[in-house]
Design a protein. Sequence first.
Length: 124
Amino acid sequence: MSAAATVMSLVNQQRAQAGCSPVAADPALGTLATAFSDDMAARGFFDHTDPDGHTPWDRAAKAGVQGLGGENIARGQADAKAVMDAWMNSPGHRANILNCEYKSLGVGVHFGPGGPWWTQDFGF
């Protein structure tokens, strides 16, 4: 199973424990998340707002993706379990993962020196 697929599985395990329905893998959100992980690695930044001043919602609109709900990012966790542990121990990230209103998810990861860079993009 890929790192992104493992994150998806772990997200749905956490959501089930919290009484939320599972999120479905969304290819457009996955492409958006992967592109952002790649961009953070390529341009050497780590922030929800990119060096050009674009927010997650700006990037979603440019990519033609509608209904973006929230974004989680992380850097440096070696694998899916480590990044999920980090997100679940952070109140804001945990709130996105356990937001029962979200119905879809795209996960992106870029492995490389200084990373990996992880992105979760949640949709309504």
